[in-house]
Structures are given as structure tokens and as C-alpha cells.
Design a protein around this ligand. Sequence first.
Ligand SMILES: [Zn+2]
Length: 363
Amino acid sequence: MSRYRLTPTPAQEQALAEHCGHARFVWNLACEQHAHWRPGRKSAPRFAEQCRQLTEARAESEWLRAGSIIVQQQALKVGDVRRLSGNVGAVKVPKVGWVRFRWSRTVPDGVKSYRITRDRAGRWHVAFAAIPEPIPVPGTGEVVGVDRGVAVSAALSTGEMLNAPGLRNPEKARLRRLLRKLARAKRGSNRRGKVKQAIAKLKARESDRRKDWVEKTSTGLARRFDVIAVEDLKIRDMTTSAKGTIGAPGRNVRQKAGLNRSIMAAAWGRLVQRLEHKGPGRVAKVNPAFTSQRCSVCGIVDAKSRESQADFRCRSCGYACNADVNAARNIKLAAGHAVSVREGPRVAGPVHREPQRDLLLVG
Ligand SMILES: [Zn+2]
């Protein structure tokens, strides 16, 4: 969820503050219901059921009765968003009307819910959560393997290498300057606050670019391929070391900072999550053992085949390839194997959506 600065009029602001109270109650009610939901149970209460329970709650609570039923029910429904100009949008809040916000970045398609919050400084924000509609299966029977790389953000078994955008060089230089300034600035000073703000702005820009990339990439993959195979990182984290050896450097060795690694890990996690939303049941998670050391042509596992971070050269059959692409091909092969063994794509289990994620979360 990315946040956008809301710019309500004073009257809207007062109304928002009031309605937040009611909606928070509704939200809490919904959370309570979901606290009782367990895997294996049929399903969490649906919208109609929630409305019924809300009516009951209203009968019991005078305070809730005094509020607007529309706001309370709307709290369980989708929000309307529209764009007014290049950098101004508006979100329709029941009983408050269209409240403007700064269209500071791309608003995700298919917004299913929004959350309005007020921070300590009294600033209002709106955040949108979109669970995209599943993309129709292309039906080509094509499987793609996707490897999370270091030099490239994602390598495909097709040989394509995708890079998540980061900051441009002048921006990086500016960030370095700001960080130096920050180190020199006195704690609690005005200047320090301003520098921090400028740094936060740059980082938000970087993160927005990555998120855009994740959206485009996941849509593209779900449109082009029937099955998208990725490494099951839960297994991988348990079985592989980040260190590697001289002959077969671990994939994380070259990463300069843990920070960068965690940013990329977050982008990767988001990519897999979006793939699961857009291609439910079409994401295959494969055991990552040896995907970086196995030759995708002859199948030999040889740690010395990994000549460097970027290069794979099989000492047995001579196949040479970008190391990440070779890994992506192994991931594809592993998924194909799983498909033939199980007579159907191996999927990562039923896609469990948080039952109430489609709520308007206010408060
Ligand atoms: Zn080989």
C-alpha cells in the first residue's frame, strides 16, 4: 500500500475525524469475526453477512446507531477514486464527499479498498490496496522459470534479464551528499529534519519505481505464461548459505550492503505475491537445491561450473550461459518435472487471500 497525502477542507476534516471513529468500530468488528476464522472452516463472513451483523451491532450500540449507516456499510466496500488533474486525485468518502489527495505516484489499478489515516502531525493520508483481477491463462502450455538474481533482478528461462529500476546516477549522488550532510547535522536541529525529509523523499521515489516494475513484470509474466516457476525461498533460506565458496560464490556475496539485499528481497517477495494474485494457482514453487550449480542442459551438478557471479560454464558438456539464466532454466525444469509427476501444475497450495482484505480500513 502506498500512501497519498489527503488535502481535505476544514469541514471535510471534521467529518473525517467523526467517521473514522465509526468506521474503526466496524473494522474492529470485522477483525473480531476474522479472529474466529480458521483454515478448514468454510469461509469468513461475507459482505451480506457482515451487513447483517452490523445491523445487529447497531441495535445494541447507541453510539453506533447515531452514526451513518452508509459510512458503516461503506466501510465494508470498495472506494471510488478519480483523477482530477496531473497531480490531484479525489477519493469518495461516504458522507464526506470527494476528498482531494495528491496524486504523487501511480494509483494501482483495481483498487479494492482504501484506508484513511491521520498521523501525529495531523496530516491525513489515504492508502489504496488493490488485489488485481486474475489474468486469464494464455493457454499456451508455456512454463517460465524465474530466478532472483543479484546482477539482474530477475532472470527468465527464456534468457531475458529484467532489472528493477532504482535511483538514477544524479539521484544517487544527491543521496550520498544528503547522507553526508545528515552525519554532520546536529541532532534535533531544523536542518537535520530537512535533510531527513529530503532523504525520505528520494527513497520513496526509488521504492515507487520498484513497485511499478513489480506490477508491470507480474502482469507481463501472467499474460505470457501458463505456469510461472520460482524458487521456494522458504526452503532455500533453510538450506543455502549466503557465503558460498570461491569456486561457486553464493548469490549474495557481491552485495555491498545488507540494506540493498533487504530492499531487493522485498521487491522479490512482492513480485511473487503479485504473481499469485494475477495468476492464482499458476505459480509453482520449486525446491531451489542446486539450481545455481546444475547444468540445465546435461543435468550435471558441479560447483566449479559456476565460474563467476555472472557466468556458468558446464565442465561436462561445455554449455555456457549467464548463471542466473541457467538457474532460471533449472527452475523451469523442476516445475515441468513436478507437472508431469503430479499430472497438473504444481501450485503453492490454494491461494489463501486474507478473507477481509477487501475492506475499507479506516482509522
Ligand atoms: Zn552440461
